[in-house]
Design a protein around this ligand. Structure first.
Ligand SMILES: Cc1cc2nc3c(=O)[nH]c(=O)nc-3n(C[C@H](O)[C@H](O)[C@H](O)COP(=O)(O)OP(=O)(O)OC[C@H]3O[C@@H](n4cnc5c(N)ncnc54)[C@H](O)[C@@H]3O)c2cc1C
Length: 407
């Protein structure tokens, strides 16, 4: 049976666009579908870690609005210090522009793009996939579900049954231009205020992005944390451009991301860092791996999409799983790590090297060598302490300098 396309991709975020680009570069007939009209806003801090720029095969400088060299850290909206790096470690983009740029790259490579058309259902048959939109149904040999945290593909084909959701609020704000002149190379990070999660401020070209994120269990406290963080920041708001909450899905062990003809990538596959919420790099990397696997299948070089799932497990998921012990240590004793970051340059260097993709999370575990039982016992104890903190958490009347000013 002839089909309309080799591959149909649902969702034109970083995972979908880059998968479309990669497949089109292999001369595959690709249709990329998104429910929004581009450029479109996406709830996101827009912080690209340095490894994104290293990973992409084309120059992204036209969409980078700020290069970050400095961090102002605070603990419980107090005990603030500034650290400087010689090299940039984060590039700030506006997601509407960055994502539209990636779609343009996919189209230039030869992918077809259908916007303002939501995928409403996916049906997997023996020899094809049927992708339904309100206007039309399309067929293809394979499909990539890259439709994000709320996408329809995973549930349509019975994938991703085990996901943990984190929640974040992000707002974009016009501020006094003098703040951007002074702090255009600096991000603000606050931690230890809630038992899980942190707050951030990223400068953009002509505005800032402010956000707070935490686990689903603590989500009812997020608005309060957000308000306190805004009061704490040394910045005068001129106008709020947007304010939204969104989910960050975290894949759990054993959650399938492929069927015979459908592969999930990016947020649809829950590939985000459970500690930082970083997802753009993993979206691009998984989109590229899905594209490569499907190209190999079409060439007859491999037999099944399991190849893709195995690669994701080995090259992405294993390192994301290695985050958990560190996250439990950090959440159990944020003040201790904050202090170390301030007083011991090695810890700040390790932080920068992770963001730059020069160091893997798993390297901390490996240092324990034959004494893995000690590492395991320590992080299990930290997890226990973290749980107690979560159960007993309520906002103190006064946290940091800001609470006393709160309206
Ligand atoms: C508040 C917040 C802040 C974040 N900050 C950062 C950060 O600073 N750095 C970082 O690396 N990561 C960050 N992340 C994570 C990052 O935003 C995601 O991991 C990343 O966007 C995932 O890319 P994706 O392509 O998988 O999905 P998305 O970017 O979510 O793209 C999915 C696309 O699918 C489309 N779609 C959805 N449903 C359908 C449908 N039915 N039919 C057709 N199209 C559909 C959507 O319109 C969208 O364009 C943040 C997340 C949140 C919530």
């Amino acid at each position: 049976m002839p089909v309309d396309y080799d591959v149909i991709i649902s969702g034109a975020g970083p995972a979908g666009s880059f998968a479309a680009y990669s497949l089109a570069k292999q001369n595959r007939k690709v249709l990329l579908i998104d429910k929004e009209k581009f450029p479109r806003y996406k709830v996101c801090g827009g912080g690209l870690t340095h490894k994104v720029a290293q990973f992409l095969p084309f120059d992204i400088s036209e969409v980078i609005e700020r290069q970050i060299y400095n961090v102002v850290f605070s603990h419980q909206l107090d005990y603030q210090f500034k650290k400087r790096s010689k090299e940039p470690f984060i590039f700030c983009v506006s997601r509407d522009k960055f994502d539209a740029f990636l779609v343009r790259k996919a189209r230039e490579a030869g992918a077809e793009f259908l916007e303002e058309q939501a995928v409403e259902g996916v049906e997997e048959k023996e020899h094809e996939v049927i992708v339904k939109t309100a206007a039309k149904a399309f067929t293809s040999h394979y499909m990539i579900g890259a439709d994000g945290a709320m996408g329809i593909t995973a549930s349509s084909v019975g994938l991703m049954k085990n996901v943990l959701n984190c929640v974040a609020i992000e707002s974009e704000m016009e501020v006094d231009p003098s703040f951007l002149e002074e702090s255009g190379r600096t991000i603000y990070l606050d931690w230890g205020t809630m038992p899980v999660g942190y707050a951030w401020m990223f400068p953009k070209g002509d505005h800032i992005s402010i956000g707070v994120g935490t686990s689903y269990r603590l989500s009812r406290h997020l608005r309060k944390y957000y308000r306190r963080f805004i009061i704490y920041l040394p910045v005068k708001e001129v106008r709020t451009i947007s304010y939204k909450a969104y989910s960050i899905p975290i894949r759990q062990r054993g959650s399938k991301i492929v069927t015979k003809r459908v592969a999930l990538a990016g947020d649809a596959a829950g590939l985000s860092d459970p500690l930082t919420g970083e997802g753009i790099y993993y979206a691009l990397a998984s989109g590229s791996m899905a594209a490569e696997a499907i190209d190999k299948l079409l060439k007859g070089e491999i037999q099944s999409l399991e190849y893709y799932e195995k690669r994701v497990n080995l090259e992405i998921f294993q390192d994301l799983l290695a985050v958990y012990p560190l996250m439990h240590f950090f959440n159990a004793m944020p003040g201790y790590f904050h202090n170390l970051m301030d007083t011991n340059e090695r810890y700040f260097r390790a932080f920068i090297r992770i963001l730059r993709g020069e160091k893997k999370y798993d390297s901390f575990r490996k240092r324990f060598g034959p004494f893995q039982f000690l590492w395991k016992a320590a992080w299990k104890f930290a997890r226990y302490k973290e749980n107690i903190k979560i159960q007993n958490f309520r906002f103190e009347r006064k946290i940091g300098n800001s609470a006393s000013n709160e309206q």
